[in-house]
Design a protein around this ligand. Structure first.
Ligand code: RRO
Length: 307
């Protein structure tokens, strides 16, 4: 067992918000999903105050090393989430982290109040980093905006508050430091990197209905590692590291760069049980393989010479 913001977890692998639909997965796999749930905690897709349709299609573009999404936060809104999603997510065998977003601090306060004293909810994640919504502030791009949001939100819940950081700003580490100083219990990073794809047959037109989107998958792994390391040098609160993790080795690298938990996102599109596989691989790797660290190495067998 490991402890994250006072929450007991079986292992350090969770899902990245919005990349694993646990309700649909339960419909597809039945109660077997509960018996072998792939993540140590479940992070829900972002909830907004009012329902949203999301961005016009197409919403996805596959890359050589990942994908670009422009989903645009479709969700049932707070009332719909409380009535339909929360009761089903509360049946999962792991702690529930609810991800919320608003275009103004007052919206986020109302969302945090609504979840702040629900027993089903272990922690809240504030999404201040969605690259795909044109209206509203990107509160997470600026340390001052992030500080002001936390000042508004913090008095309304005793539950752990995780701030999801954007890589699309001058200094994610400065935003993380502001979040810590203004009461965040943890930070998570990275959200997707803003990118675009051109329409293959219509010169000059973007492919995605939203114009631009968020790049995820192996393409962003090196960026995630660098940013997690940079944030770790600035804050003492726990970090949920994510970005292109496909294996236990990749998870180990993020932990070594300073993360306390690792989230898996795009890889679950290829394999819904990737979280369980990565957790098992991580366990086999252990804390340190000893290679190139100066630790004593086992004697290497001599390669027999022919002749
Ligand atoms: O819904 C989305 O388009 C979306 C969100 Br809220 C987010 O935080 N990150 C992302 O890549 N897509």
């Amino acid at each position: 067992m490991i402890s994250f913001c006072g929450i007991e977890l079986r292992h350090p692998i969770v899902n990245a918000s919005g990349t694993f639909d646990a309700i649909a997965a339960r419909r597809a796999f039945g109660d077997a999903l509960l018996a072998e749930f792939p993540f140590a905690a479940f992070v829900s897709k972002t909830v907004t105050l009012a329902p949203r349709q999301g961005n016009p299609p197409p919403r996805l573009w596959e890359l050589g090393a990942g994908m670009i999404n422009s989903i645009g936060l479709p969700n049932k809104g707070l009332e719909g989430y409380l009535a339909h999603d929360l009761p089903q997510l509360a049946e999962l065998p792991v702690p529930l982290i609810v991800n919320v977003m608003g275009s103004a601090a007052e919206d986020v306060v109302r969302l945090v109040e609504a979840f702040g004293d629900r027993d089903e909810v272990a922690a809240l994640e504030l999404n201040v980093s969605c690259p795909n919504v044109k209206t509203g502030l990107l509160m997470g791009a600026d340390p001052g905006e992030t500080a002001a949001l936390l000042d508004a939100v913090r008095p309304h819940t005793r539950k752990p508050v995780i701030v999801k950081l954007t890589p699309n700003c001058a200094s994610p580490a400065a935003v993380a430091a502001a979040a810590e100083q203004h009461g965040a219990d943890a930070v998570s990073l990275i959200n997707t990197l803003r990118g675009m794809a051109m329409h293959p047959r219509r010169p000059g037109e973007p492919w995605l209905g939203g114009g631009t989107g968020g790049v995820s998958g192996p393409a962003v792994r090196a960026v995630a590692l660098a940013q997690v390391r940079e944030v770790r040098e600035r804050v003492r609160i726990p970090i949920v590291g994510m970005g292109g993790v496909q294996s236990g080795r990749h998870a180990r690298d993020l932990l070594d760069a300073g993360a306390d938990l690792v989230a898996v996102g795009t890889e679950t599109f290829r394999d819904p049980l990737a979280g369980a596989r990565i957790a098992a691989e991580l366990l086999r790797i252990g804390a340190n393989s000893g290679m190139f660290t100066g630790a004593p190495q086992p004697a290497r067998p001599r390669i027999a010479q022919g002749g």
